[in-house]
Design a protein around this ligand. Structure first.
Ligand code: AMP
Ligand code: MG
Length: 518
């Protein structure tokens, strides 16, 4: 184990690329460079609120003492760190937004773990950078708790994600207009240290492409491949790499659909080029199953980033990445063909995943219809997604009468079913039971498969909301409990949280819908 302050940090990104090393934090366009040096702005009183023991163990990082907490608050930069903000662009809600960049994220350096893997350590909320535009570079406790807990929860769910190592409060208030209605208020400030092999986004490639800086673009692509996709070599490596990004993105979308995660802001600047979940903002799990559910108030008019649309938005975003790297190809034909592999790749992975959720030994051609019926039925009766699948695992083989079927799933309903819905459910369950009988594997094997595919504990927004309210009052009981529960999401060990979203939370801000204000 090593101390944060005693580490010899590596700084490969800033060594490899041209940057603006002036250290000037004034907001500006930075053509020609891929990053700007940005030293964190010290805060009044950094206090450690949470620390990810297991992650720290894996990275070989000692729990920080008071001295090292200064690093986590941005009050200390050690001599081998080179703090910088990356310059990236993006498409936001379908529109080209130009230069964005790390407006409040500052990478301090790279940490080499005992297993030889390299991790970037990044502070989120550590003050302005040249990319802060008109904003303050800070983050509130509310959004920091959400990123800290949820990124770790996703890791334990088995979903590819960036991680979070620490959460500190800053002792400084941050002004936010949470509902964008002119009622700004002060909230406690906080900083998360998040870690990832890389925080590179689609937007990092879109930036030099838009600026027609083809040399920078090519260098960034080659570097990304050499460093993060070292198994890819040879003449066609850029194409092979893009195909793999397509594959990884498809896999990520399948994983989000599996657990019912809705990101909420799938702009291209929030799409990791490693296929990780990145930038936790107004996200939510699906409570009542609804393909059109979006947790983001800003997304409400079009519901572009709704639950059921995520897979097709990812494809659209991959199209932006393809356009960005197109200058590296003589023609676009191969690139388009690679992009077009997304649909099949996604469908194949999706069906396999659904087979696991349903406990099918393998997914046959006829099962596609069953899965479609299931989706359609769930969208109609809108049960709690997590609870529904848990109850499905316990479904008796011979349950036939309509009332018995309805009773079996009662716990998952948000509303009484009408006659049509009852019949729909019964029909689905009957077809499902018939199909299960054809399994060649044992019931135990099927249930085991289901147990691994269907989480029992999910970090629901209302739970987070309650934990945040407690923390703002200086209590951390629920926070600690959630931190434990999220590490064991497939077990029955935390059944005190095995319940639908309560009524009061359905309309309450922060429990169902969230704004981007963070
Ligand atoms: P997001 O929607 O959180 O992914 O952010 C989009 C862009 O806005 C990114 O360039 C962020 O760095 C920037 N941004 C968001 N909040 C702030 C803030 N409080 N201060 C500075 N930049 C911000
Ligand atoms: Mg972002």
């Amino acid at each position: 184990m090593q101390k944060l302050s005693e580490k010899e940090y590596k700084n490969e990104f800033v060594t490899a690329f041209d940057g603006d090393d002036s250290g000037d934090l004034k907001p500006r366009q930075t053509p020609g460079v891929l990053y700007s040096k940005a030293t964190p702005t010290p805060v009044k009183d950094p206090k450690l609120v949470a620390w990810s023991e297991e992650l720290a163990e894996e990275l070989g990082i000692e729990k920080p003492d008071e001295h090292d907490v200064k690093i986590l608050g941005g009050n200390l930069v050690t001599p081998t760190m080179y703090p910088y903000a990356a310059c990236y662009a993006g498409h936001q809600f379908g529109n080209w937004a130009g230069q964005l960049g790390d407006g409040r994220a500052i990478t301090l350096g790279e940490w080499e773990a005992p297993d030889g893997n390299s991790w970037e350590l990044q502070l989120k909320g550590a003050g302005p950078t040249p990319y802060s535009r008109r904003a303050d570079g800070r983050a509130v406790l509310r959004s920091s708790v959400r990123e800290y807990l949820m990124s770790e929860a996703m890791y334990y769910l088995g979903v590819p994600t960036t991680r979070a190592l620490s959460l500190v409060t800053t002792g400084e208030p941050v002004l936010r207009d949470m509902f964008y209605n002119g009622n700004a208020a002060y909230e406690p400030g906080a900083i998360v240290m998040r870690v990832s092999p890389s925080f590179l986004r689609f937007g990092n490639f879109e930036m030099p492409a838009a600026r027609k800086e083809t040399d920078n673009l090519k260098k960034l692509v080659d570097w990304t491949i050499a460093r993060y996709y070292p198994h890819i070599q040879g003449e066609d490596k850029v194409l092979t790499w893009f195909k793999e990004v397509v594959e990884r993105t498809a896999s990520l979308m399948v994983e989000w659909q599996r657990v019912g995660f809705v990101h909420g802001v799938m702009n291209t600047d929030n799409m990791s080029v490693l296929g990780l979940t990145i930038d936790y903002g107004p996200y939510s799990f699906v409570d009542d199953y609804d393909p059109y559910f979006t947790p983001n108030t800003t997304d409400l008019p079009g519901r572009r980033y709704a639950f059921g649309r995520q897979p097709s938005v990812a494809y659209w975003n991959l199209g932006c990445l393809a356009s960005a790297i197109a200058p590296l190809f003589p023609g676009t034909e191969e690139l388009v063909a690679a992009l077009e592999t997304y649909g099949d790749s996604y469908s194949r992975k999706y069906l396999a995943m659904m087979g696991n959720k349903l406990g099918l030994d393998k997914v046959k051609a006829e099962d596609v219809q069953l899965i479609k019926n299931l989706e359609e039925t769930l969208a109609t009766i809108k049960p709690d997604m997590t609870i529904f699948y848990q109850l499905l695992m316990d479904l008796p083989a011979e349950l036939a009468a309509e009332q018995d079927v309805v009773n079996h799933f009662q716990e998952s309903f948000y509303e009484e079913l009408n006659q049509e819905e009852r019949e729909k459910l019964q029909k689905l369950i009957k077809a499902y039971q018939e199909r299960i009988k054809q399994n060649t594997c044992t019931r135990e094997e099927a249930v085991k498969r289901m147990r691994q595919a269907n989480p029992r504990f999910i970090l629901r927004n209302y739970l987070l909301h309650q934990a945040i309210e407690e923390l703002e009052r200086g209590e951390n009981q629920l926070f600690l409990k959630l931190q434990e529960a999220m590490k064991d999401p497939y077990s029955r060990n935390f059944d005190e949280f095995f319940a639908k979203r309560p009524d009061w939370a359905s309309k309450k801000a922060g429990c169902s819908m969230l704004s981007c204000s963070s």
